[in-house]
Design a protein around this ligand. Structure first.
Ligand code: G6P
Ligand code: MG
Length: 222
């Protein structure tokens, strides 16, 4: 027998759709600075840390800010984002997710959240899932943003298993790359043509049946 299999979930875009709130808050920031960006550009912000997101946005607006102003704008964006987060409740959990989580918990499969967000714990509390995960690794625990695998490697270590026994659910290209670099099984949630580097892709959790999960858990190594 190999080591225990474990499952790592990204948060934003996998468990909840907070991308819409990030978009509204970043867009307000851009508009206040006198420019705009599109929903398509917003795709490039998925899975990307707060600092790296602001750098990309300023680049789109051909703008540069002093370090002080950069930090002030990040604070304003986060305040605005949290005003949406604070209204969240468990009805925001994406379809199909509760069933998969319940199955894993019932079968004593260790589960973790591996997120770039510094707000991950706040969000998990709002949607009543904070105490369901064995391990939470978030933007406060890492120094290197996805596609660097740091967040998932720390999760594997805390789950007391090896990376090749971990399965990662991710909605972002950067996150799939991070899982692959860590030699974990990568499962994309979203569009096949966007997440083409993933080992498997599903549109959402309602498309994942328990048979598939059981097969993943039985498989030795990656
Ligand atoms: C996730 C989201 C990104 C977000 C990042 C940092 O990865 O997909 O859109 O920028 O977390 O989130 P934070 O809550 O720390 O600003
Ligand atoms: Mg995500």
């Amino acid at each position: 027998m190999g080591m225990q299999k474990a499952i790592i979930f990204d948060l934003d875009g996998v468990i909840v759709d907070t991308a819409k709130f990030h978009f509204l808050a970043w867009r307000k920031l851009a508009n206040d600075l006198g420019f705009d960006f599109t929903k398509e550009q917003n795709e490039q912000l998925k899975g990307v840390s707060r600092v790296e997101s602001l750098k990309k946005i300023l680049n789109w607006g051909n703008m540069e800010l002093s370090e002080e102003e950069f930090n002030r704008q990040m604070g304003l964006k986060n305040e605005n984002y949290l005003s949406y987060v604070n209204k969240m409740d468990k009805s925001e959990i994406l379809p199909g997710v509760p069933g998969v989580l319940d199955y894993l918990i019932e079968h004593d499969i260790p589960i973790a959240v591996g997120s770039a967000s510094k707000n991950a714990r706040t969000i998990l509390k709002k949607i009543d899932l904070h105490d369901k995960f064995n391990v939470i690794v978030d933007g406060n625990d890492v120094t290197k943003a996805k596609p660097n695998p740091e967040v998932f490697l720390i999760a594997a270590e805390k789950l007391k298993t090896s990376p090749e026994n971990c399965v990662v659910f991710e909605d972002s290209v950067a996150g799939i790359q991070a899982a692959n670099i860590a030699e974990m099984t990568s499962i994309g949630i979203g569009e096949k043509n966007v997440l083409n580097e993933a080992d498997h892709v599903f549109a959402d959790f309602t498309e994942i049946d328990i048979d598939f999960i059981e097969k993943l858990l039985r498989k030795e190594g990656k």
